[in-house]
Design a protein around this ligand. Structure first.
Ligand SMILES: [Fe+2]
Ligand SMILES: [Fe+2]
Length: 257
């Protein structure tokens, strides 16, 4: 069994420190890995990324992350990624990593992903160049996720994104903004690669559980959804209840995704 801890949308900044850190002591007793589902900062500045690096440095478990839309706001996403990598965090974008854990080899393929919506309600690659560029970008990132997942030689595969792969975990959000919260391209990529679990964030007002069309569990780990420091999901223990994080309440933050 592999225990996957995950949280997203921690939205750290110099004046928002230690939102999670106090709850990470002893995480190695509860989990084998920690996944971060993007929106690690508020605006993607270097000062904010330094807070993220300090928050998740030197843990007992490996930390694997993708960036979110907030982490792109300052147009310094490459510098933010480099800073996080220098602190020991693995940052994925169209790439993957295999971790040799006590319960087996865990493969994580990651991409920020993007929007566009879901079957029957989605945007299409048609018309204005801006619209085509929007959907092409979403499709390209999803293809990167799929390629990363398929390249993993692992016992279990996890698709880690910021944007949602399915609408299930958006329940609670206004229907009008679903196309800005995720894309079914991500679910297609995860299913085509046989992902065992999909982790995402971004939908602060969404809900935690859903599934891809092929039945892979989808979990929205946005901090305002979890309302706890992290969730833990067990892979390889289908009949065991996934252990929950400690019953901590996390102060909520603003509602911008
Ligand atoms: Fe977001
Ligand atoms: Fe967010």
């Amino acid at each position: 069994m592999i225990r996957v801890a995950a949280v997203g949308d921690v939205h750290l900044a110099p004046d928002v420190r230690s939102r999670i850190r106090p709850y990470l002591a002893g995480i190695g007793e509860q989990a084998d890995v920690l996944l971060l589902a993007g929106d690690l900062t508020q605006h993607g500045s270097i000062a904010e990324a330094e807070v993220v690096a300090a928050e998740f440095a030197d843990l007992e478990v490996p930390v694997v992350a993708v960036l979110g839309n907030h982490d792109y706001q300052c147009d310094m996403q490459d510098e933010v990624s480099a800073l996080l990598r220098a602190s020991g965090i693995t940052v994925l974008e169209g790439t993957g990593i295999v971790l040799d854990l006590p319960g087996g080899r865990l493969g994580v393929g990651g991409s920020k992903g993007f929007g566009g919506g879901f079957p029957g309600r989605g945007a299409s690659e048609f018309g204005e160049p801006e619209m085509k560029a929007f959907i092409r970008h979403s499709r390209r990132l999803a293809e990167g996720l799929g390629e990363a997942l398929r390249g993993l030689d692992a016992d279990y595969r996890v698709a880690l994104t910021h944007y949602a792969p399915v609408p299930d975990t958006l329940a609670g959000e206004p229907l009008e903004i679903y196309p800005f919260l995720g894309s079914y391209f991500l679910a297609e990529a995860a299913d085509s690669a046989g992902a065992d679990l999909c982790i995402h964030g971004h939908a602060h007002a969404g809900s935690e559980t859903g599934a891809t069309p092929e039945g892979a569990p989808v979990r929205n780990v946005a901090l305002p959804v979890l309302q706890r420091a992290f969730a833990i999901y067990a892979l390889g223990a289908p009949h065991a209840a996934a252990p929950r994080a400690r019953g901590v309440t996390i102060p909520l933050h603003g509602n911008r995704r």
